[in-house]
Design a protein around this ligand. Structure first.
Ligand code: A3P
Length: 311
C-alpha cells in the first residue's frame, strides 16, 4: 500500500503513493472505504477537482443549478446558511463510523445527491464509472493552482510547524508531489474521459468560468439536464445564482467566515483568498515561469488540453 512516502506541504501528515497518486496519509482509509462501498445513482452529480482549483465555487454552482427549480428565489436559499462543503460533502469522507449506517444514510439522501471528490478518475469506484451519473471537473491553470495551494497549506498547517518556503513548495509541485498529485495526471484523467464521454464528464476551466460565468452556468444546467427556461432567464434567476455563488458574496457570508469544517478542523475562511485568475504574476520569478511552462507543455503535449502561455 504505502510504497513510497513523501513529506507533504501540510507537513502534519505524509503523502503515500497509492494507486499512482499522492494520497494524504490521513485520507487513505477514507478513500479505500469510498472505493469499496460507494454506490452511485444515475441522478448523482459529482464535482471533481484537483485541490485548490475552485472546488468550493463549483460545489456552490452545482448545488444552486441542480436545485434551481426548488429554490427559485434567493430567500431562504440553503447557500446563505450552509457552507458549500456541508451541502456538497466530499464522497471520500461520507464513510465515517458504522459503514452499514452510512450506506443506508447515503441511499436515503434526497436526489439529486451532489458530492465532491478529489480522487483521480482511475481510482473512482466502479459504480461511478459504470453509471450514467454526471461528473463536472473543475480545472485550474497550474500557475494559479500552485500559488493558491502553497498559500493555503501554509495557512492551515499546525502553528507549531515552520512555513514551507515558496522554493521548496515549487520543487514539490514540479515533481507532482502534492495532495492528490501529480496534478497533470489528475487533470488528464478527467480530460480524457470528458473527450471520450462528453455526456458524462464536463471539463470546466476556472479561468473560462471566471471570464463568462453566465455562459458556463447555462452550459452546466444543460449538462445536468435541468436547462433554464425563458422564464428563468427573464426573471433574473441566472444572475441571482451567479451573484449568490460569487467570491464576494460567499466570502462575506457569516456561515463561510467563521467556524471550522471537516475532520482536520479547517477554518472555513481559508477557502476564500483572492478568487481571481492571474495572481501567479505576483509570485513567480522568470526561472519559475520558464520551468513550469516547460513542464506544462511536456506533460500535456498531445492531449488537446492546454493553458494560455505564461510570460
Ligand atoms: P485563490 O487562493 O487563488 O484565491 P478550492 O475550493 O478548490 O480549495 O479552491 C480555492 C480557490 O478558489 C481559492 O483561490 C479561492 O479564493 C477560490 N474561490 C473560492 N470561492 C470562489 C468563488 N466563489 N469564485 C471564484 N473563486 C473562488
Amino acid at each position: 500500500l504505502s510504497l513510497q512516502k513523501e513529506k507533504s506541504w501540510a507537513q502534519s501528515y505524509p503523502l503515500h503513493l497509492f494507486q499512482d497518486f499522492w494520497c494524504p496519509g490521513i485520507h487513505i482509509d477514507a478513500v479505500k472505504s469510498f472505493q469499496q462501498y460507494f454506490q452511485a445513482k444515475e441522478s448523482d452529480v459529482i464535482v471533481a477537482s484537483f485541490p485548490k482549483s475552485g472546488t468550493i465555487w463549483m460545489k456552490a454552482l452545482a448545488f444552486a443549478i441542480s436545485n434551481h427549480q426548488r429554490f427559485s428565489s434567493l430567500e431562504g436559499h440553503p447557500l446563505l446558511t450552509s457552507n458549500p462543503h456541508e451541502l456538497v460533502p466530499f464522497m471520500e469522507f461520507t464513510f465515517g463510523g458504522d459503514i452499514q449506517d452510512q450506506i443506508l444514510r447515503l441511499a436515503n439522501m434526497a436526489e439529486p445527491r451532489i458530492f465532491g471528490t478529489h480522487t483521480p478518475f482511475p481510482s473512482l469506484p466502479k459504480s461511478i464509472k459504470d453509471s450514467n451519473c454526471k461528473i463536472i471537473y473543475i480545472c485550474r491553470d497550474p500557475f494559479d493552482n500552485f500559488v493558491s495551494a502553497w498559500t493555503y497549506f501554509n495557512k492551515v498547517k499546525p502553528v507549531s510547524l515552520p512555513p514551507v518556503s515558496k522554493e521548496e513548495a515549487f520543487e514539490m509541485y514540479c515533481n507532482g508531489v502534492v495532495d492528490y498529485g501529480p496534478w497533470w495526471s489528475h487533470m488528464l484523467g478527467y480530460w480524457n474521459e470528458s473527450v471520450a464521454k462528453p455526456n458524462k464528464v464536463m471539463f470546466m476551466k476556472y479561468e473560462d468560468l471566471k471570464e463568462d460565468t453566465s455562459f458556463h452556468v447555462k452550459r452546466i444546467a444543460e449538462f445536468l439536464g435541468v436547462p433554464f427556461t425563458q422564464e428563468d432567464e427573464s426573471s433574473g434567476m441566472i444572475e441571482n445564482i451567479i451573484k449568490l455563488c460569487s467570491f464576494e458574496k460567499m466570502k462575506d457570508l457569516e456561515v463561510n467566515k467563521s467556524g471550522v469544517i471537516g475532520r482536520g478542523s479547517i477554518e472555513k475562511k481559508n477557502f476564500f483568498r483572492k478568487g481571481d485568475k492571474g495572481d501567479w504574476v505576483n509570485h513567480f520569478s522568470s526561472p519559475m515561469t520558464e520551468k513550469l511552462s516547460k513542464i506544462v507543455d511536456e506533460k500535456l503535449s498531445g492531449s488537446g488540453l492546454s493553458f494560455k502561455k505564461h510570460s
